[in-house]
Design a protein around this ligand. Structure first.
Ligand code: RUQ
Ligand code: CUA
Length: 766
């Protein structure tokens, strides 16, 4: 790749600016000077040129990273490593109104456990929806390890739509992993527990504690998981861990590994050796192989019983129906990763220095021939290692996860203890390259690495420790994601990105052009149910009505106005405020905050968001828009007046702070006439160009036209009062007329700029 010198130079200048007074680099003109001043090498410059994205530039890939204990998903771009969004999933996120508006509270409420609100999550593994094994860019799934739940995020608007709670598990880790057509999303338990919610003493661990693997049915059209069609395999209490779905050759099967198949239960308090000793005695644990396709057929045929309202396949049935097998795997394994054509499965043992490559062909042969070396204590057939293994490769100390390259047979394995990435060939069984990372890598992720056709190009190492990589910010350090160029024979470290939300366990990257996010909702939209909101309101139809004891405020927001401006309720009333954003223009979001209430709404164009509360105490409660949406954003305000019970308003009218004369009125009108001239010239420019070919401009023009309509109404009112000699009201309405003009002009100018910058051409005007 040729380095663009101009770009690199401006990058260096930009970086140097950050150094301020301590460096003279800012004023230096040549690249060489800057390099010298900042102590940069040629290699640094090359890395910079490979990642730097100039203003307005876009990334080739978008990464969706787990936000770990933040219960969120973090979205960032590759190669720039710029963070684009946090998506609230299991945790309230005030900027997005998530967990604050009624609509999203309903989503979080789906995730209650035993009736309790759980307002955080330990997210581990995001996964994209797939079609024939390719990421289709429509949905993202992510799990919560602490409280076994799965969430569905719709990539049309990057919002969480659904949370489901596992009906059997008390903890999980092996999710989310999708089958090649998103038929199912896998979720495997982690710490064994009774399937019921009763107390069962630890003495009954072997008999009553269970692991499991749920296949959640996904309805692609509805975009929701279907709990009533999902099923769970009952599994031994082996601490099932990560999973992966078979693909191509192994389509229809799933793979789940486990640790602590010793079934050791700690109890150091009772003088017993601790968990970690008891859980690492055996040289091998078990890889579980499940036939989900056949299991789904049994469910469809009505051959599987429901327990607690959910399909559950007991071990005895799974064994009898030939749905479940075990294969020994390296000691205390972690990742299990199926290769793109589904012919091989790679498992790494945290306490082994080898990655083990299994052959699906061999496994299938053993299954077909019913060739098993033994049965486990629960009667599950065990396939002998020699009948399943393709090869073992010494990759380093503490191997965890493996990602596949676009090049055949090439893989990358994260080596936790040695803090490095090992590139190796799993067909030939040889190591190709190794790269040190900083520090203690967990997962690693290649572009579209879980699909049937990985793109290679870049690898991200998701490190457990940052230690000395960034400016210290206290004992809690940022996380460190390192970007690695894998396009050549040798891996090259390009960039360190501190992530201030952790711990991001896993991430997935998709080609950015596969995503088609919306810029606005259909008007009056409940984004969480993806239906029109019953509380949607159109301009001019705002109202306050009492229905079933609830005061419903049907309001609207538009630059720079909340309607209604004054809401009056009585002490003790239940109030439900519904606000619809009337804007169509891209990025014109309004917020809503109210004194004394824990609320912030994010009302994107078209959205209707609601907030319901009890007005417990009489008083004055200002509210306002929380997004700096327009020049008069600060004036986007109002009052909720909670009157005491039985309050009677006084007769006397309102006395305004200022008195206006005919001269004031005429001065305002003069300004308005001048403003109109500006608007006319902008309109002339827009309509003389092919603006209809630019959807963002069309949206702006629609909004501007609406504002101009409001301006006209205000103008008529002003003129009416002026005719009656009421210059107080005439001046105020003339001021409002001007406000609408200003908003029109603002949108018009934005549209004009857009056209100029995007090569609009002149058209014939009649
Ligand atoms: S984890 S570092 Cu996937 Cu939860 Cu492996
Ligand atoms: Cu709307 Cu500020």
């Amino acid at each position: 790749m040729k380095v663009n010198n101009k770009r690199a130079l401006s990058l260096m200048l930009g970086l140097a600016m950050g150094l301020g007074a301590t460096s003279s680099a800012y004023s230096q003109a040549s690249l060489e000077d800057v390099m010298k001043a900042r102590g940069l090498t040629q290699k640094d410059l090359l890395a910079a040129a490979k990642t730097y994205t100039p203003t307005g530039g876009r990334d080739e890939y978008l990464v969706f990273a787990s936000g770990g204990q933040s219960g969120q998903v973090i979205v960032y771009g590759i190669p720039s490593m710029r963070i684009l969004k946090y998506i609230g999933v299991f945790t309230p996120e005030p900027w997005q109104g998530y967990g604050f508006d009624d609509e999203s509270k309903a989503v979080l409420a789906q995730g209650r456990i035993n009736g309790k609100d759980i307002t955080w999550g330990d997210t581990h593994h995001p996964a994209f929806s797939e079609t024939e094994g390719e990421y289709n860019g429509r949905f993202l799934f992510i799990n919560d390890k602490a409280n076994p739940r799965l969430a569905v995020i719709d990539l049309h608007d990057f919002e969480t739509k659904q949370i489901v709670v596992n009906p059997f598990f008390k903890s999980e880790h092996g999710g989310a992993f999708v089958t090649p057509n998103t038929e199912y999303v896998m979720e495997a338990s982690q710490y064994a527990a009774p399937f019921s919610s009763d107390f069962v003493p630890l003495e009954e661990f072997n008999d009553k504690y269970r692991g499991g693997l749920t296949y959640w049915k996904f309805d692609d059209k509805k975009g929701r998981l279907q709990p009533d069609q999902s099923f769970t395999f009952e599994l031994p209490p082996y601490s099932q861990d990560l999973s992966d779905a078979g693909k191509n050759a192994s389509y229809g099967w799933g793979f789940t590994n486990s640790f602590c198949s010793e079934r050791y239960v700690g109890g150091i308090e009772k003088g017993r050796p601790p968990f970690e000793a008891g859980c690492s005695q055996k040289d091998t644990d078990f890889l579980h192989i499940t036939n989900w396709k056949k299991a789904a057929e049994l469910v469809a045929a009505g051959k599987v019983e429901k327990v607690n309202g959910s399909y559950m396949i007991p071990m005895a049935q799974a064994i009898k129906e030939e749905l479940l097998y075990l294969v020994p795997e390296p000691k205390s394994p972690h990742g299990v990763d199926v290769n793109p054509d589904g012919t091989h499965i790679i498992v790494s043992g945290k306490l082994d220095s080898h990655a083990w490559v299994y052959s699906w062909e061999k496994i299938q042969k053993a299954i077909a021939a019913k060739k098993f070396e033994a049965k486990d204590p629960y009667g599950i057939p065990i396939i002998a290692l020699k009948d399943a293994l393709h090869t073992q490769v010494a990759v380093g100390l503490g191997p965890l996860h493996t990602q596949y390259d676009s090049k055949k047979c090439t893989v990358y394995t994260s080596i936790y203890v040695d803090s490095m990435v090992t590139k190796w060939d799993y067909c030939e069984g040889k190591v190709l390259d190794q790269l040190h990372i900083h520090y203690n890598i967990g997962h690693l992720m290649a572009m579209e690495g879980d699909s049937v056709s990985p793109d290679g190009k870049y690898l991200v190492s998701l490190n457990k420790l940052a230690i000395d990589r960034f400016n210290p910010v206290g004992p809690l350090h940022p996380q460190n994601h390192q970007l690695i160029d894998i396009s050549g024979d040798k891996m090259q470290l390009l960039y360190d990105m501190p992530l201030p939300l952790g711990e991001p366990h896993y991430a997935v990257a998709i080609k950015a052009d596969k995503l088609k996010p919306a810029v606005r909702y259909k008007s009056g939209w409940n984004s969480r149910t993806d239906e029109r909101s019953p509380y949607r309101t159109r301009a001019g139809r705002e109202k306050v009505v009492k229905e079933d004891g609830v005061t419903h405020v049907y309001g609207t927001v538009i630059r720079s106005h909340i309607t209604p401006e004054i809401i009056e309720v009585e002490e003790g009333d239940t109030v439900s405020i519904h606000l619809t954003n009337l804007e169509r223009a891209e990025d014109e979001v309004h917020g809503f905050a109210l004194y004394g209430q824990s609320v912030n709404l994010s009302i994107e164009p078209g959205k209707t968001a609601s907030y319901t509360f009890t007005a417990e105490k009489a008083g004055v409660y200002p509210y306002y828009c929380t997004e700096f949406c327009s020049a008069l954003h600060l004036e986007m305000q109002g009052y909720l007046l909670v009157t005491p019970k039985g309050y009677q308003a006084k007769e006397s009218g309102m006395v305004e702070g200022e008195q206006y004369t005919q001269a004031d009125y005429e001065k305002q009108v003069k300004t308005n006439v001048e403003t109109q001239a500006v608007i006319d010239s902008v309109v002339a420019f827009i309509t003389s160009h092919n603006y209809k070919d630019f959807p963002p401009v069309v949206a702006l023009v629609e909004d501007a036209t609406e504002q101009l309509g409001f301006a006209d109404e205000a103008k008529k009112k002003a003129e009416g009062f002026a005719a009656k000699g009421d210059f107080q009201n005439a001046t105020l309405w003339a001021g409002q007329w001007w406000q609408y003009q200003v908003k029109t002009a603002d949108m018009g100018l934005r549209a004009k700029t857009y056209l100029e910058q995007h090569g609009a051409v002149k058209v014939e005007t009649k």
